[in-house]
Design a protein. Sequence first.
Length: 79
Amino acid sequence: MSPTIFREDGYRFHFFSLEESRKHVHVVSSGGTAKFWLEPKVELAMSKGFSVKELNCMETIIKERKDEIEDAWRVHFGG
């Protein structure tokens, strides 16, 4: 299962249900896929197919909506 948290600027921000416990968010679009850690700070974990400009855009969105993402994490995974 891969619940969508939100979509913005053509990107889908979501979780995978069966993954590690460290908070993170996945981002996909037709151009690629990326994973960002949420703790201890927002930072890129991996990326395939995105430019540096796109990754910077995603990171900005994540930082602006971090509380929303973490709330969705708690609802989905508990805690």
